[in-house]
Each structure stands twice: as structure tokens, then as C-alpha cells.
Design a protein around this ligand. Structure first.
Ligand SMILES: [Zn+2]
Length: 297
């Protein structure tokens, strides 16, 4: 953390948030919302409050600090209460350059895989604000949240998917996935809330005017997950317990259609279709709130 007056204020706000127990039930509360999700910007917020701790984590910084502040405010949350941004990877739509200044001014922690350190620095993020983790480790703790990472193929640098565990409940977050693999399915199995990419419809992708190299990049196993591939992953992780809510991330505007996705879920995964939410490009969805008392398993 970089020391500064603003940094001290930020830390103070964060520590006030940590001490805050408002809204916490006996076992705590896990809240999650997607602030925006598309190739023009991705960001989500996870907040866990337990009787003696609280943590507010942004997942990806692909929305500008200003847009993020506004989206958080609409949810009744403050950017200043954020403890860190946890990055899946550093493509522009997941890591806006503007967070460098916020990190320098406020002491906001930027957390990423050690494999992504150079990409973070290339984005202009200050070394002193970055804390890295081993994406092949068994996990690490962020206050009351246990974070379990899982690497995925995506372009050259790869991405990290996360399982967040707390006494209140669990969240699985996986985007820009290349191709689903067993490790990912095991990571996401049994989560209460699942946020997962459903990027494109294969027929729409093939029929699009996009150049062949781009289609190959997206569909070749180091790009994005199609609607069918997403459904395959969710079907594989549904046993023994299926998620209570599923949020679909990162739908392509050009090569996907929310109506079509919903129809696909109604026919392929009818029990989960009513629990489905499709994230929007520049609008929040959620929040979902899980407690030990209100969850099914
Ligand atoms: Zn992306």
C-alpha cells in the first residue's frame, strides 16, 4: 500500500467497513453483483460481512473508476470501502488504465496472478500497489473470504477463475475461459452463486462478418466459451447440488442474443432456467444475497 493522506483515508474507510456488522446475520452474508459485463468492460463486486469482519472485493477493473463508483453507489456501496481489485487477467475490457491513479492515490490493492505481473505493469499499474498470488496454489484468505484460483487458457497470458468461500456461502466466477476443463468444473462444483461466461452462439459467430483469424481466436480453445460449452460446464457441475443462481457473463453483442440463450437454457437445463440472469453491458445485475440461513444446502 502506498502511504498518502488519501491512502490513510482509504484504509480508514476500509477498516470501518471491516468493523461494520450492519446487515450481517448470525453466520454472515455474501452479496454479489455484476456491475457490467461485455467486451467493452467487465466488473463485479463481492461483499462478505460476518459478525467480526467485512470485505469488499471488486472482481476485474474493466469499467472506469468513475463508472464503477456510480454503479456501486446505485447499490448503496462505496468505492472507498473496497479492499482490493482481484483480476482475472489484463485485457483492456478487464483492466482499465484509470485504476493506476486510484491505486496510487488511495492505496487500493491490486491483486493478480504472478504470471500476470508484467501485464499489470504494462497497463501502468504501480508495482507498489500490486500483490500477486500463485494461481496454482490451493488458495489464500482475504479477510473472511477464502479464494481458490484456477488457471484457464485464453490468448497468450491465460486467465484465472475463482471460487470464493465464506461462512455465508460460496461464489464461482469464471470468464474468458478458452475451453472448459476438469479442474474448472471441480472448482465451480457446489457453489451457491455461479457467474460464468456464455460468450457467443456458434452459428452466429460462423455467419458473422468477422475475419477468419478472429473467429479462430475466439473459438479455437484459447478464446471464449460458447453458449453450448457454457451449458456443458454447468451441466457437469450440477451434481450433487446445483447453483441457486446463475449469472451469464460477457455475451457478445455481435454474435449472441439473450433471447436465444434463454431459450437454450429452457430446453437444455429447464430446472436452472428460472434461476438464470443474463449480465448486461453497461448496467448492474443483482445484488444476490446469500446467508447460511437462506441457502438450500
Ligand atoms: Zn474479456
Amino acid at each position: 500500500m502506498i502511504p498518502s493522506v488519501a491512502g490513510a483515508l482509504f484504509a480508514q474507510a476500509a477498516s470501518a467497513a471491516r468493523n461494520e456488522t450492519r446487515g450481517a446475520t448470525h453466520g454472515g452474508t455474501l452479496e454479489f453483483a455484476v456491475l457490467g459485463s461485455s467486451s467493452s468492460g467487465n466488473g463485479a463486486v463481492l461483499r462478505v460481512i460476518t459478525p467480526d469482519a467485512s470485505r469488499q472485493i471488486l472482481i476485474d477493473g474493466g469499467l472506469s473508476p468513475r463508472a464503477t463508483r456510480g454503479a456501486l453507489a446505485a447499490l448503496g456501496l462505496a468505492l472507498e470501502d473496497t479492499n482490493e481489485i482481484l483480476f482475472t487477467h489484463f485485457d483492456h475490457d478487464h483492466a482499465q488504465a484509470g485504476w493506476a491513479r486510484v491505486a496510487m492515490m488511495s492505496g487500493l490493492q491490486l491483486r493478480c496472478s504472478h504470471r500476470h505481473l508484467n501485464a499489470a505493469l504494462a497497463r501502468g499499474y504501480p508495482l507498489g500497489a500490486i500483490e500477486t498470488f500463485d494461481p496454482r496454489s490451493t488458495g489464500f484468505d482475504l479477510g473472511p473470504v477464502r479464494v481458490i484460483p484456477c488457471e484457464n487458457a485464453h490468448d497468450d497470458g491465460g486467465t484465472v477463475a475463482f471460487r470464493f468461500e465464506s461462512v455465508a456461502g460460496t461464489l464461482g466466477f469464471a470468464t474468458d475461459l478458452g475451453r472448459a476443463h476438469e479442474g474448472l468444473i471441480n472448482l465451480l462444483r457446489g457453489v451457491h452463486l455461479l457467474a460464468i461466461e456464455s460468450n457467443y452462439d456458434r452459428a452466429m459467430q460462423l455467419a458473422s462478418n468477422r475475419p477468419t483469424f478472429l473467429k479462430d481466436r475466439i473459438m479455437g480453445g484459447r478464446g471464449h466459451l460458447s453458449n453450448d460449452e457454457c451449458i456443458e460446464v454447468v451441466r457437469a457441475l450440477m451434481w450433487p447440488d446445483s447453483p441457486e443462481q446463475v449469472v451469464l457473463l460477457h455475451l457478445s453483442r455481435e454474435c449472441n442474443c439473450p433471447h436465444l440463450v434463454r431459450q437454450l437454457w429452457i430446453s437444455d437445463l429447464p430446472t436452472l432456467a428460472p434461476k438464470l440472469t443474463i449480465a448486461l453491458a453497461r448496467q448492474s445485475v443483482g445484488p444476490w444475497r446469500i446467508t447460511a440461513e437462506n441457502r438450500r444446502f
